[in-house]
Design a protein around this ligand. Structure first.
Ligand SMILES: C[S@@+](CC[C@H](N)C(=O)[O-])C[C@H]1O[C@@H](n2cnc3c(N)ncnc32)[C@H](O)[C@@H]1O
Length: 212
């Protein structure tokens, strides 16, 4: 892994919950952008809901060494937190391959190994999910067409033995439709939990937690 030095006093560096993240204006991010890497399905920054999932997970820890899938990972804040603070073996998946250099950069500055794979939610099979304890995705249910796609993914995950699936969102209607379908149609323990934080910035999100 390439060693990259980051000055934590730099205002373009965010230190939170024991991990280090870079703002879009940071020179290392700008360097990637100059290589014409431009994620196109909103994977163009660190989104806030990931912080609320981190806070939930530290209080509801998966077992050390368990397998964790970061769904729609973008720049990878959640997967990096899971690897670094929760000792998870992380696979980060995203439909957009242009997010991975940004994730690799963050993995390098946080000294963690994250496996990445280009996969659409609709193409994640039961075989891909076998042996995973947790699947989690922050800000991934933002279009109406993603509701049935994520519902089917959660159902497949339960059937493949995944113990817990978490999706967080600041309050878009496709997310609430997903939560409602899970509550009504899945033979599982389904909860929607409201969370707030003020660090690294003020944010709130609802967490859909489905337990197999
Ligand atoms: C709003 S971003 C959130 C990124 C990251 N989870 C975070 O918290 O910073 C949504 C991510 O979902 C990915 N995505 C959107 N639709 C997808 C699909 N059908 N399959 C897999 N990934 C998808 C996008 O490429 C993007 O990286």
């Amino acid at each position: 892994m390439e060693k990259i030095k980051i000055k934590t006093s730099d205002k373009r560096v965010v230190r939170t919950r024991g991990i280090t993240l870079l703002k879009a204006a940071h020179p290392e991010i700008q360097k990637l952008k100059r290589r014409n890497l431009e994620p196109s399905i909103h994977g163009n920054k660190i989104w806030n809901s990931s912080f609320l999932i981190m806070d939930y997970l530290i209080r509801n820890r998966p077992p050390d060494g368990a397998r964790f899938m970061d769904l729609g990972c973008g720049w990878g804040p959640l997967g990096i937190y899971a690897a670094k603070r929760l000792k998870q073996k992380v696979l980060a998946v995203d439909a957009d391959p242009e997010v991975f250099p940004f994730l690799d950069l963050h993995a390098a500055i946080n000294n963690v190994d994250i496996e990445t794979r280009r996969l659409y939610f609709e193409k994640i099979t039961k075989r891909h999910m076998k042996g995973f304890h947790t699947l989690a995705g922050a800000d991934i249910c933002f279009w109406d067409e993603l509701t049935p796609i994520l519902f089917n993914l959660i159902r497949r995950a339960l059937r493949s033995g995944v113990k817990r699936i978490i999706v967080a969102d600041p309050g878009r209607s496709p997310f609430y439709n997903l939560a409602e379908r899970c509550e009504q149609e899945l033979p599982a323990d389904v909860e929607v939990i409201e969370r707030r934080t003020s660090t690294p910035r003020r944010a709130s999100a609802d967490l859909l937690v489905v337990r197999g």
